[in-house]
Design a protein around this ligand. Structure first.
Ligand SMILES: [Zn+2]
Ligand SMILES: [Zn+2]
Length: 144
């Protein structure tokens, strides 16, 4: 079956595939995401781990504290530095894919539905129209 979404790091050493649609598409404004993306916020597509495949390459893992204070395992390319996905021991069934690594027109198809840690959003960034706003962490369980 053809993958619904594919992703790769900047140097293409690591390639990933996802089947089906993500459970949640969301922006995160936490400090951890800011540091790991080098940007104002992270753009995330949360998939079931069963829908996620590493096609090639091996990510390096950095254990960070997520915005909620829980550990987050940040998987990145040790060659080019792209942050690709995050795993959490709190919810082992999901994988948080950094949408910037997705190929093709994924960014057009995947509109953010939630924003988390909006208390940290800078005043010059507007909220996404229609996205549910959470002052702190992502909602649990995921909204349908
Ligand atoms: Zn790379
Ligand atoms: Zn975050």
């Amino acid at each position: 079956m053809a993958a619904t979404y594919t992703g790769s790091c900047k140097c293409s050493a690591i390639k990933i595939e996802m089947q089906g649609e993500p459970d949640i598409i969301g922006l995160c404004h936490c400090n951890n995401c800011r540091k790991s993306t080098g940007s104002a916020y992270s753009t995330n597509a949360i998939f079931q781990k069963s829908a996620f495949t590493i096609v090639s390459g091996e990510a390096k893992v950095f254990e960070a504290k997520g915005g909620s204070g829980n550990p987050a395992y940040v998987n990145f390319c040790s060659n080019c530095g792209s942050t690709m996905w995050t795993l959490t021991p709190m919810r082992t069934e999901i994988v948080v894919v950094k949408m910037g690594v997705l190929d093709g027109d994924a960014f057009e198809k995947l509109t953010p539905k939630v924003e988390s840690f909006t208390s940290r959003r800078p005043s010059w960034v507007n909220c996404v129209d229609g996205a549910t706003q959470f002052e702190n962490g992502f909602p649990k369980p995921p909204p349908q």
